[in-house]
Ligand binder design. Structure first.
Ligand code: FES
Length: 126
């Protein structure tokens, strides 16, 4: 792992961006990493097919927290279709590290949560 990416992961895990809750999200989703029991929740405010607000919260290791923080920065202000098009390679590219299968689950927890959140039905809408 290069020191640059180590620094990025450390920074985002210690100072996660967009960490918290939205009072009245239009979309909400949660996922759990079955290997460790850690979980992540995501709140989105989607207006006119744009993701105007993004907040996540939950517990997890440095990799999962950094991935959630980086992902939140990528999707904030973007069209829903941009978020829908994101895949595992995009997250791994953001993290810039090679991961063991177990750590891969950590890295992709936020992406799984995002997909669930975007699929959450409109009952959550305000
Ligand atoms: Fe639980 Fe990484 S060890 S999310």
């Amino acid at each position: 792992m290069s020191s640059l990416y180590q620094a990025v992961i450390l920074d985002h895990s210690k100072h996660p961006r967009n960490c918290g809750l939205i009072d009245h999200p239009t979309h909400h989703g949660e996922s759990k990493n079955p290997t460790c029991g850690d979980s992540l929740s995501l709140d989105l405010l989607i207006q006119d097919d744009l993701i105007s607000e993004v907040y996540f919260h939950g517990h997890g290791c440095a990799i999962s927290q950094a991935a959630a923080s980086l992902l939140s920065e990528v999707i904030k202000g973007k069209p829903v279709e941009t978020a829908l098009a994101l895949g595992p390679d995009d997250i791994l590219s953001l993290l810039g590290v090679e991961l063991s299968p177990n750590r891969l689950k950590c890295a992709l927890l936020s992406l799984e949560t995002l997909k669930k959140t975007l699929a959450s039905d409109s009952e959550n809408k305000v």
